[in-house]
Write a protein that binds this ligand. Structure first.
Ligand code: CTP
Ligand code: MG
Length: 250
């Protein structure tokens, strides 16, 4: 598609790429993290529903564990999902970055805005998804949902052996720091270029776009968009779901 005929961010349809190919080492032994159940439903299904709940999102691409694409396809078939949303499943890679790139490779040409959302953030509210989409549609090449920090953060000289004391090097001013979540939203061309250009390992997609020198903006994130990383996070996720069942009959 030529640049002239490409729809503007305000008009273009929105797709979501959900990397779900990680093992979940920090969660402990068991099935791949995205396939573990929360309140009886796989974490991945919660995440897919959370993104498909946005009326902006018309396609969800799930990046499955490399040998688990067939299993993920049948999971999607077995769970009720909105009919106005299309779904694709592709196998993932060794790193999150590679998994996201494999998802982008499967993106049909008409989608000009892309959200990238961790399957490990199953409880993100639709309001957060919509806020990210709206900021991209307003012209930002990259948007991250972000929250202020509760803890003071120290930069250290990491010790060679885990558990050894580590010299503190600096204390960034907490009021200027944010913890960033997903979905992160992008102008498709900017994200694709970032994935073609940036080769070093990164922990989020927006930092790759930053490295291109493009502006990344933060919008308010949400406490319930936390990442399920360690066993205690499963307890918190179950508590959030129990509260939702009480308050909205979810
Ligand atoms: N991810 C992926 N492909 C990989 C690694 C991670 O798609 N090779 C996905 C995970 O499935 C998850 C998201 O990236 O939805 C965020 O990663 P993280 O929370 O680190 O999950 P895991 O890598 O699975 O967990 P761990 O680092 O504890 O092994
Ligand atoms: Mg990981």
């Amino acid at each position: 598609m030529s640049d002239e005929s490409r729809p503007t961010p305000a008009q273009t349809p929105v797709a979501a790429v959900i990397p779900a190919a990680g093992r979940g080492v920090r969660l402990g032994p068991g099935a791949p993290k995205a396939l573990r159940a929360l309140s009886g439903t796989p974490m991945l299904i919660h995440a897919v529903r959370a993104l498909a709940a946005s009326r902006h999102v018309s396609l969800v691409i799930v990046v499955a564990p490399p040998d688990g694409a067939a299993e993920v396809k049948s999971l999607l078939d077995a769970h009720a999902l909105p009919e106005r949303t299309d779904f694709l499943v592709v196998p993932g890679g060794e790193s999150r970055q590679e998994s996201v790139r494999l998802g982008l490779d499967a993106l049909p040409p008409q989608y000009g805005v892309v959200l990238v959302h961790d399957a490990a953030r199953p409880l993100v509210p639709v309001e957060t998804v919509d806020a990210v989409v709206e900021a991209v549609r307003d012209g930002a090449p990259a948007v991250v949902p972000a929250l202020p920090l509760a803890d003071t953060v120290k930069e250290v000289e990491p010790a060679a052996a885990a558990g050894d004391p580590e010299p503190v090097v600096a204390t960034p001013e907490r009021a200027r720091l944010r913890a960033v979540q997903t979905p992160q939203g992008f102008d498709r061309a900017a994200l694709v270029r970032a994935h073609e250009t940036v080769t070093e390992n990164v922990t989020d997609d927006a930092s790759m776009v930053e490295q291109l020198g493009l502006t990344v903006v933060a919008v308010p994130g949400h406490e319930e968009a936390f990442k399920v990383t360690r066993p205690l996070d499963l307890v918190l996720a179950e508590a959030v779901l129990a509260r939702r069942r009480l308050t909205d009959g979810f």
